[in-house]
Design a protein around this ligand. Structure first.
Ligand code: NAP
Length: 283
């Protein structure tokens, strides 16, 4: 076989981006599956985003992730959007299809994938803490997967209301916003509790979600989006009380699995990717 020194390119565009561990996870999968592909971590200034996307087109990148602050701004430089990215108005994964660059959102899809082994979102009642980018992605994707009712518990009332309006107006789910006062008590008919705030993220690892943990009953599904450290205070409390628990690495790995599938067409091994992240975080 003739030697081939040309590698297929994928990347993450963000700023700041140096501490983003996605490269370790994605390249571990490329190596494991014998793909001569690269995933580059590239700092892109907001003023340079258009040029960066034109560069990716010219160099025939298979696709790229977008992170802070580009998830919304990238849209005007693309040729189209997938369904959930259009609903959310945010893109975290760009995919080259033919000569077109299409924006997808794999954050919420990754979350739903990590949930499925424990429960089917269809018909479920969800308590969602947070109303930022992660909560919007999770809310929209859970609603598209058939979740029936959302209670959005958010500190800032305006963002909380914006998310409930989005869910009520653009999906078939019903949503209400509950102002977050004191320790929230999970209602007895809730099926799934999700922390989609940044509470518990390194280095503030002992930060506590204002939640009455006595209301976490055995069998309730409790998910946390915090990837570092994965064993947050909420994860530990919920496990101790007999809940079915999903940590933030599940979502992070599964959005990477979907990105690789979109770009390369293969189904990567999530175990390899999770181990690469665990090694990076040192837990
Ligand atoms: N595992 C994964 O794959 C994955 C993917 C994406 C994001 N994440 C994680 O998700 C978290 C949120 O990211 P994001 O993009 O949604 O951020 P964001 O848009 O800045 O939203 C942050 C959310 O957290 C709430 N919040 C922050 N500090 C709080 C506090 N002390 N008390 C109460 N609420 C607080 C905010 O409430 P207000 O509206 O009141 O400010 C808001 O709802 C981050 O930790 C990120 O690491 C994980």
């Amino acid at each position: 076989m003739a030697p081939n020194f040309k590698q297929e390119l994928t990347a993450c565009f963000g700023k700041p981006v140096a501490e983003n561990p996605t490269q370790a996870m994605i390249e571990a999968a490329y190596r494991h599956h014998g793909l001569a592909w690269r995933y580059l971590t590239i700092e892109v200034d907001p003023a340079g985003l258009g040029d960066a996307v034109r560069g990716a087109r010219a160099m025939r990148f298979a696709g790229f992730n977008c992170t802070i602050p580009h998830k919304v701004a990238v849209i005007e430089h693309l040729d189209g959007l997938g369904e959930s990215a259009a609903l959310m108005g945010a893109v975290n994964c760009v995919v080259r299809r033919g000569n077109q660059l299409i924006g997808e959102n794999t954050d919420g899809k990754g979350f739903v994938e990590s949930l499925r082994p424990l429960t089917d979102p269809a018909g479920k009642k969800v308590i969602l803490f947070g109303a930022g980018g992660a909560a919007r992605a999770i809310g929209v994707e859970m609603a598209l997967a058939g979740a029936e009712r959302f209670t959005v518990v958010n500190r800032g009332e305006q963002r909380g209301r914006e998310l409930t309006s989005l869910l009520n107006e653009k999906t078939s789910a019903r949503a209400e916003h509950v102002p977050w006062r004191g320790d929230y008590r999970v209602p007895a008919d809730a099926d799934i509790v999700i922390n989609a705030t940044s509470i518990g993220l390194f280095p503030d690892v002992d930060a506590r979600l204002a939640l009455d943990v006595e209301t976490l009953r055995p069998g309730l599904v409790v998910a946390d989006v915090i990837p570092n450290p994965p064993r947050t205070r909420l994860v530990r409390e919920a496990e101790w009380r007999g809940c079915k628990v999903i940590d933030g690495l599940g979502m992070l790995v599964n959005q990477g699995v979907l990105g690789i599938k979109y770009w390369t067409g293969i189904d990567p091994d999530p175990g390899v990717m999770r181990r690469a992240l665990v090694q990076v975080f040192g837990h």
